[in-house]
Ligand binder design. Structure first.
Ligand SMILES: Cc1ncc(COP(=O)(O)O)c(C=O)c1O
Length: 401
């Protein structure tokens, strides 16, 4: 009854626990929500003020489909300042979040018969978008043992004559892992030689805690700018998830195709949002650093609390705002069998919402977002510790039942 393409994609499994958490909250249950994939901070004041000014000035009409020239220039200037790469407005499109930037690029570059390599555990949308473009996702796996590092050789080993593109998310959701410049350079040399595109999902690019060099745009610009797409977003860096503003930078011909696609689907991003994004990108950047420092404090504190339980195997992420925890020690055939069950039991019994690893193709793991206050994190950590320490009893109870 529905079009065939709808059978290829599914709603993210993260939704089930999130919907249940919302239902319980609405009933007045005291839920500690560690599921959110978005900053808890308010949008910086100077950004919101720019939006108010836009409304007052009646800047409320359609803009150019691909975004205002002012905002495109602001994006280009930001990437020039941060990475030293040169892009012009004709190589820039403003999109409804990083998600649409990635979607446009996938739809304009990939098609039937193409293979596109990406990595898991990872953000499920990347795989779903490849499928929506009628291409075949080829997934390489990263591993907790080496911090979920992305290795050029794994990507290269997955290349075939049909490989058309590679999609990399760094810092990664849910692992927080970065691809190193050296690994990306090695991969780019191989991709360039084979005419393969590289799409970078840089959604968390401003949220990096380590001093690991991360000039990925520079690495690609030096080797294969003609087959590079940079997808970025105001969402996480400036606490602007609801405003829906992202961008893609790439060769003018690709940007022009993305523009055509967008012109027949969503058209321009909200005019007011675009004014706000200009303020975000060109205004003082201390707000980004202040939020980063607060995330760092939360990461370190939450890690310390949870690492007190050795069966919770917790890595300290290099970027983003998630702890990705191996909880497989608490799973058993006669107790809690899967991490989806773990998340449900934790919600039912301890009233803590988090995201099960199945959502990221990583059964055995759970994702905790620390984009919430330290107070909430402490309450959450206490409940989680109490819950996991009671889990052995679960197994016995289930076996006896
Ligand atoms: C890895 C990753 N990429 C891209 C996005 C897209 O975010 P937005 O569309 O809000 O820019 C997200 C959002 O959660 C994400 O986790």
């Amino acid at each position: 009854m529905l079009a065939e393409r709808t059978t290829r994609i599914g709603v993210s499994p993260t939704m089930k626990v999130a919907a249940e958490a919302m239902r319980l909250k609405a009933q007045g249950v005291d839920i500690v929500d560690l599921g959110a994939g978005e900053p808890d901070f308010p949008t910086p004041r100077h950004v919101s003020e720019a939006a108010h000014a836009a409304i007052d000035a009646n800047f409320t009409k359609y803009t150019t489909n691909s975004g205002t020239d002012e905002l495109k220039r602001a994006v280009c200037a930001r990437y020039k300042a941060d990475y030293g790469v040169e892009y012009s407005p004709s190589e820039t499109i403003i999109t409804a979040g990083g998600k649409q930037a990635l979607y446009n690029a996938a739809m304009c570059l990939f098609g039937a018969g193409d293979e596109v390599i990406t990595h898991m555990p990872g953000w499920p949308t990347l795989v779903e978008q490849i499928k929506l473009a009628d291409a075949t996702p080829v997934v390489i796996r990263t591993h907790a043992e080496d911090g979920f590092a992305l290795h050029a050789e794994s990507f290269i080993g997955a290349m075939t004559p049909r490989t058309r593109g590679i999609v990399i998310n760094s810092p990664g959701n849910p692992t927080g892992a970065l691809i190193s410049e050296t690994e990306l350079a090695r991969l780019a040399d191989e991709a360039a030689a084979r005419g393969i595109w590289i799409l970078l999902d840089l959604c968390y690019e401003r949220l990096i805690y380590s001093d690991t060099p991360h000039n990925l745009p520079g690495v690609l610009a030096a080797r294969m700018k003609d087959r590079t797409v940079l997808c970025g977003s105001a969402s996480k860096a400036y606490a602007m998830t609801g405003w829906r503003c992202g961008w893609a930078l790439g060769p003018a011909a690709l940007v022009s195709a993305c523009n055509a696609l967008q012109s027949h689907s969503t058209s321009n991003v909200c005019s007011i949002t675009q004014k706000a994004a200009v303020a975000a990108l060109t205004g003082p950047q201390d707000c980004v650093l202040d939020m980063l420092e607060e995330y760092r404090r939360r990461r370190d504190q939450l890690w310390t609390w949870l690492a007190a339980e050795p069966r919770l195997r917790v890595l300290k992420p290099e970027g983003a705002f998630y702890l990705f925890i191996d909880v497989s020690d608490f799973l058993s055939p006669d107790g809690i069998r899967t991490t989806a069950d773990f998340a449900q039991a934790l919600l039912d019994e301890a009233h803590v919402a988090l995201t099960p690893g199945e959502a990221f193709d990583a059964p055995g793991f759970v994702r905790i977002s620390y984009a919430t206050s330290l107070g909430e994190l402490q309450r959450g950590a206490e409940r989680i510790l109490q819950f996991v320490r009671s889990v052995e009893h679960h197994g016995r109870a289930a076996a006896g039942a």
